[in-house]
Design a protein around this ligand. Structure first.
Ligand SMILES: *Cc1c(COP(=O)(O)O)cnc(C)c1O
Length: 361
């Protein structure tokens, strides 16, 4: 078997090795069915049992309260940028958005196709290096909902609090943070996430939506963009992304074996603290984000001499540390350290960074 690298990609991202081994084991013949999961009818009893188990495990991990539906969809988080206004405006003509980085900007641009967008807070003037403080939020009561991005994957900025909306439904793009720690689901109207960061493979999008927000979509909403369609059909209105759903289910079971989300939160905090400490202790690496708002999932950093970026990437790769190149809009490096990145991988990265600094710093 080929040696695995430590993959710091922002997404599609590393999956737990145990999950990959289990999938390999079950690939040609799932539980004596004689079929690969990818070959099964989504309406057959085998796949229905896989789907139901995955939903039950996800609900248990997040302690999803009654009154919420969990949907397993396609289209990525980017489709949710449209589905959120189509479903949550409910006759209203205005929505409030917090603008905290590249993914917020995309969500805002899409919402503007459907309604007036009120910017309830923006950190653009500080180049998206922080989250707003709670008292910076200006919310009028005319918005149908409030949208924000708890973890900005590109800038590496994370909210240290849940925005208070005074009763307006809160919608959150949790693509790069869902399952990284326990979550108070009851504070939200809609939570959505593309799976390829912290849940499973690309192709699956998880949506958790409060039941009272389902069923009042904008006139003309296509069936596939209406939460009601999918809620009524148990996410099987059409063919769901069956294999991705199955793999996500294996990840949920793996998370339960790790001790659930409280255990993951502790591990993730240790990984992030160690990496930020190494960056801060050096005179060579820099992270521009305000310490209280630093992401525990995506850690961008720059080198004192950007002329060394390519050397850094080449030597990191030779050391088995891959996909560290920062997003093109930010430059430098970015280490994404989702649930499936072992602590060992973060330690190896820190050792490599220290050696690189000694050599070139
Ligand atoms: C990756 C990402 C997206 C885009 O997800 P797709 O599934 O590719 O559409 C949106 N928002 C955030 C916060 C992301 O990290």
């Amino acid at each position: 078997m080929m040696a695995r690298v430590f993959n710091f990609s922002a997404g599609p991202a590393v999956l737990p090795e145990e999950v990959l081994r289990q999938a390999q084991e079950e690939l040609p013949d799932w539980h004596g069915s004689g079929m690969c999961v990818a070959e099964m009818s989504h309406r057959g009893k085998e796949f229905v049992s896989i789907a139901e188990q995955a939903e039950a495990d996800l609900r248990a991990l997040l302690a999803v309260p009654d009154g919420y539906r969990v949907l397993f969809l396609q289209g990525g988080a980017s489709s949710q940028f449209a589905m959120v206004p189509m479903n949550l405006l409910r006759g209203g003509d205005k929505a409030a958005y917090l603008n905290t980085g590249s993914w917020s900007e995309k969500a805002i641009a899409e919402a503007k196709r459907f309604c007036a967008v009120e910017i309830a807070a923006s950190t653009e003037d500080t180049r998206f290096t922080r989250a707003p403080t709670p008292d910076e939020l200006t919310l009028s009561d005319k918005a149908a909902y409030v949208h924000y991005t708890p973890n900005e994957t590109i800038e590496g900025v994370e909210f240290p609090f849940i925005p208070e909306t005074g009763g307006m439904p809160l919608a959150a793009d949790m693509s790069s943070t869902l399952l990284s720690r326990p979550l108070e689901v009851s504070r939200y109207g809609v939570i959505y996430a593309g799976a390829q960061k912290n849940i499973g493979p690309a192709g699956l999008t998880v949506v958790i939506v409060r039941e009272d927000l389902i069923g009042r979509s904008l006139a003309g909403t296509p069936a596939m963009f209406d939460y009601k369609t999918h809620a009524d059909a148990g996410s099987m209105y059409n063919t769901p992304p069956t294999y991705a759903w199955y793999l996500a289910g294996l990840v949920f079971q793996w998370l339960k074996r790790q001790g659930g989300l409280a255990a993951m939160a502790a591990i993730n905090a240790r990984k992030a603290e160690a990496l930020y400490a190494a960056v801060d202790a050096s005179g060579f690496y820099t992270n521009p984000v305000e310490p209280a708002c630093r992401s525990r999932m995506n850690v961008p950093f720059t080198l004192a001499d950007p002329g060394l970026d390519q050397t850094f990437l080449t030597e990191a790769k030779a050391a088995g540390l891959v996909t560290l190149k920062g997003h093109r809009s930010v430059g430098g490096m970015r280490a994404s350290i989702y649930n499936a990145m072992p602590e060992e991988g973060v330690r190896a990265l820190i050792v490599f960074m220290q050696e690189f600094e000694r050599k070139y710093g």
